[in-house]
Design a protein around this ligand. Structure first.
Ligand SMILES: Cc1cc2nc3c(=O)[nH]c(=O)nc-3n(C[C@H](O)[C@H](O)[C@H](O)COP(=O)(O)O)c2cc1C
Length: 198
């Protein structure tokens, strides 16, 4: 798949087919792509915890759902009338189905700062997209992170930064809707905009 097309169509895919397995080889491939990303001082602090065990997935899925339900109200209140219904509906769906994803990838590190984790996550999302696999970056489990760590035997000094469901999408790949770049890009001084064609 062409890189720019992959970037345009890599979305938060929260509805995944629970009955279509993902091959180990595809998991290795997307994690290998993740490891090609930069990390501070090339220390390669990320550890990728791949969860395929049905019972453990169900347990961490339940923790995820509970965490989402705890933050949902605050999220809706913060956004007020602008709360995007489609995102909420799909986030609600994931909160009820996280544990049924064929695979859940949990990026971990011993560092206190996740900055060296997210570039790898994005590589993983793009690689998954090119294989036809949907993913979603989620972090709300961190509200109850200790419980997740207990299920997966994660040592006390290791952080679990995200919970990433991986599977074949039930829906279609759409193009990500984003603010126009002319609005979000400044030239030379903060706030100084320029039309793209100039
Ligand atoms: C740091 C971060 C944390 C996120 N946490 C969650 C989460 O806990 N649950 C969830 O459903 N989506 C989560 N998302 C996904 C965003 O809601 C999603 O990227 C955004 O709505 C854009 O979606 P789109 O790419 O499909 O347009 C998170 C995204 C980021 C970058």
């Amino acid at each position: 798949m062409e890189l720019f097309e992959a970037m345009r169509t890599t979305r938060a895919m929260r509805r995944l087919d629970p009955d279509r397995p993902v091959s180990d080889e595809d998991i290795w491939t997307i994690i290998e792509a993740a490891t090609k990303a930069p990390s501070g001082g090339n220390r390669q602090v990320a550890r990728w915890l791949v969860v395929t065990d049905t019972e453990r997935k169900a347990k961490i899925g339940e923790i995820y759902g509970r965490s989402w339900k705890a933050v949902r109200g605050g999220y809706v209140a913060a956004l007020g009338d602008d709360a995007p219904t489609a995102i909420l509906t799909s986030a609600d769906y994931l909160s009820d189905h996280m544990g049924e994803a064929p695979v859940i990838v949990i990026p971990c590190s011993r560092t206190e700062d996740p900055a060296s984790i997210y570039p790898g996550c994005q590589n993983l999302f793009l690689a998954a997209r090119s294989l036809g696999l949907g993913t979603a970056l989620t972090t709300v489990h961190r509200l109850n992170e200790a419980e997740v760590k207990a299920v997966l035997d994660v040592p006390d000094d290791v952080h679990t930064w995200a919970m990433i469901p991986v599977g074949y999408p039930l829906g279609r790949w759409g193009e990500a809707k984003r603010r126009p770049i002319e609005e979000t890009t400044y030239w030379d001084t903060y706030g100084e905009k320029r039309p793209r064609s100039a």
